[in-house]
Every structure is written in C-alpha cells, then in structure tokens.
Ligand binder design. Structure first.
Ligand code: NAD
Ligand code: MG
Length: 369
C-alpha cells in the first residue's frame, strides 16, 4: 500500500503540529505532500526540511490565496487537512471538495460562513467532508452506520472554558492572560478565546447542523468540564451513544484521515476510567455567556447571518487580544453588528464575502483605536 498524500493548510499551527505528529508515527500510511503557513517562514522552513513536501508556501503575502488553493488541489494530495484559522479557509475547502479530495476539516469557519456552498461543492466535485473538531468526530463515531432519521438529538459537550464558574462581573473584565489559560485543551489563540466566550460552541452547533443535516432544535449543548465525553448522539428509541477519550486532537485528526476505518496508534493517550475520575455535566450559563445563543440565532436567520456573526467575532477577538476591547466588549460589538447586518443576503459566495467584509468594517468602527 502506498502512503496517502496529505496537504496541511496551516501546518505551523496547533492542529497542523498535531497532524504532523500523527503523520510522523505512520510513515507507511501518510506523507505530507503540501504544507502552508501564513507568515512564519522560518517555522515553515523547518517543517519543509523535516517532511520534504512536494509543495510549500506562505499564504500571508502577495498571492497568498493562490498558495492555499494550490495546496488544497495538489495532485499528490488524497487528503486535505484545512487547519487555517478563520473565514480565510473557506475558498480552500470549496476548492478541495470540488477537486474530489477528502477534506479533514478543522477550519469550522468554512461551514459557518458557507455551509450550503460547502455541501454543494462536495456534491459537485465528489469530495468528502470529515470533521476534525473533537465533538463532530465524536458524533460521526457514535453515529456509526445509523441513518439520520434514527437520530433524535445531538448533545455537544463544552468544557465551559476558564470562566465556567466565575461570577458574571469577573467574566466581563477578564484579562487576556486568564482567557488564554484553557483548563483542558491547548489550542491556537483565536479558538481559545472563542472557548472562553462560548462563541466556539455556537460555531460548532452551526457546523453540526450542516455536517449531520439536523434541524437546529435537535442540537443541544451541555457543559462537561473534564472534556472526556466528546459528545453524545441520542437515538429515537432513547438510547444515547457517546465517544470518550483523553483530550488530544491527535485522535480526531487520525480518525478524519482513516474514517470509517481505524488505525492502531500507541502515541495517543489512553483513557482509564478510574484514573480519569468523575465525569460531571451542567447547564450552560446563558446569561453570562451570551455568544452561544447569539451565534445560533444569527445562523437561524439564514442568508449571511452566520457569516456576519463569524466575521464580527474574528475582528472582536483580535481587538481583545491586542488589549483594545474588554472580554465583555466582544459580545457587545458582535451583538451590535449582528443586529445591524445579520439579515444581509448570503446565497452566493460573493454575497457572503461582502457581508463578511461589511461586518469586519462595522466592528472596526465600534472599537476605539
Ligand atoms: P493556530 O492559530 O494555532 O494555527 C493557525 C494556522 O493557520 C497557522 O499555521 C497559521 O500560520 C495559519 N493561518 C493563520 N491565519 C491565516 C490566514 N488568514 N490564512 C491562511 N492561513 C492562516 O490555530 P489552531 O488552533 O490550529 O486552529 C486552526 C483551525 O482548527 C481553526 O479553525 C480552529 O477553530 C480549528 N480547531 C482547532 C482545535 C485545536 O485544538 N487547536 C480544535 C478544533 C478545531
Ligand atoms: Mg471542538
């Protein structure tokens, strides 16, 4: 058997690094054939030395969009891992699916911004979409071969982030440093902030809606601080199936590469129920974390609602990280932007990108520089 070619978009990031660990453990099964990074040429250079891909490039400079597209459609790539952060990943997801690739999707923003377009691209090009997000990987695994009609409800788990139990007024003024201290996962900065606001969980509900073709009412969220149960599927007969594991993104990455098969991998931490201890569950505090409901409501409006929410959130998070916006300010400016622009049309790629740009500009206007 020849090793399957993997293109990694965003190879220098948290997911990219985990994916290269997986690939390194299975040289007979996978090889890196294309690697991209945004701006860190030195870090990319190191990866190129180690993995000798046929193609590599920086997406941050002139012609950056072409770099992503070239990697996403590279002839040697059987699998395209989209591990870019933000709406910037959309076009590469579309191109890879159009080219018939298996897309291992970490870039959930692709589905949030252009869910319908992404599904159509897969149909047209014959590509397949396999989630990397741990919750969606869990659902895919728990679902097995069951038809969608046998599912009553999905329950996505959320760690609750670093402020799960903090008083509302402490959360509103939380520092960048405390926000980046995630209790269970080590990830890139943007998703770590999203995990603290619960915006990440709204992106994931939207992602699940498109991936599993279920109505909004059938997707719930529960807080599970230990991040061991990665999500639940409740079937129509009342049976509930969950997928468990020690939090490590290497497992869902590997599974996205091999689904529906499994590959032995002793490098992934094993779950010991006694050592791991209690598993607890609690309700989301919607009053303290308004972004979960806000993102879902924006998506339910249809059109460009989800794209506007996503773009506003991306810009708000970058201002928060730069110290120009308080933690509570993130949901304030995103809420204001969604109220203003959430009903923009979003049938076509161009309409979605226009709405994305207008939302970004609107947030810029709200944040004092
Ligand atoms: P990261 O910030 O660690 O890495 C992002 C990568 O993308 C880097 O290689 C960077 O160079 C590149 N990049 C940044 N901006 C870009 C742009 N505008 N265009 C092209 N490339 C760009 O992020 P991450 O934590 O690895 O997350 C990547 C994606 O995976 C995000 O969509 C995130 O939501 C998703 N995800 C991450 C985790 C995790 O555990 N880190 C879990 C689930 C889903
Ligand atoms: Mg997740």
């Amino acid at each position: 058997m020849t090793a399957r070619g993997v293109a990694i978009l965003g190879a220098t990031g948290s997911i990219g690094t985990s994916a290269l660990n997986v690939i390194t453990r299975h040289p007979d099964r996978f090889r890196a054939v294309a690697l991209t990074a945004h701006a860190n040429g030195a870090a990319l250079g190191e990866l190129v030395k180690r993995h000798a891909p046929a193609f590599s490039g920086l997406s941050g400079g002139d012609g950056g969009a072409d770099v992503l597209l070239a990697a996403a459609t590279h002839p040697d790539a059987d699998i395209v891992l989209n591990a870019v952060v933000g709406a910037a990943g959309l076009d590469a997801t579309l191109a890879a699916l159009e080219a018939g690739k298996r897309v291992a999707l970490a870039n959930k923003e692709s589905l949030v911004v252009g869910g319908q377009l992404v599904l159509e691209a897969a149909r047209r090009g014959g590509g397949t979409l396999v989630p990397v997000d741990s919750e969606h990987s869990a659902i895919l695994q728990a679902m097995g071969a069951a038809p969608a009609s046998s599912v009553r409800r999905l329950v996505l788990t959320a760690s609750g982030g670093p402020f799960r139990a903090s008083p509302a007024e402490v959360v509103r003024t939380a520092s960048v440093q405390d926000t980046l201290r995630h209790p269970t996962w080590s990830m890139g900065r943007k998703i770590t902030v999203d995990s603290a606001t619960l915006a990440n969980k709204s992106l994931e509900v939207i992602e699940a809606h498109y991936l599993f073709d279920l109505p909004w009412e059938s997707i719930d969220v529960v807080v599970h601080p230990q991040s061991i149960v990665h999500s639940f599927v409740e079937f129509v007969d009342g049976s509930v199936v969950a997928q468990l594991g020690i939090p490590s993104m290497e497992l869902p990455i590997l599974y996205a590469f091999t689904h529906p098969e499994r590959l032995a991998d002793m490098g992934i931490p094993r779950y010991d129920p006694v050592a791991a201890g209690s598993l607890t569950f609690e309700a989301v505090r919607h009053d303290v974390f308004p972004m979960l409901a806000m993102g879902i409501a924006a998506a339910r409006r249809g059109g460009a609602g989800a794209a506007v929410f996503n773009a506003a959130n991306e810009v708000a998070v970058s201002h928060f990280l730069a110290g120009r916006l308080s933690f509570g300010g993130i949901s304030d400016v995103v809420g204001e932007t969604v109220d203003m622009l959430g009903s923009l049309a979003g049938m076509t790629r161009q309409e979605l990108l226009d709405a994305d740009q207008r939302a970004r500009a609107h947030v810029e206007g709200l944040v004092p520089c």
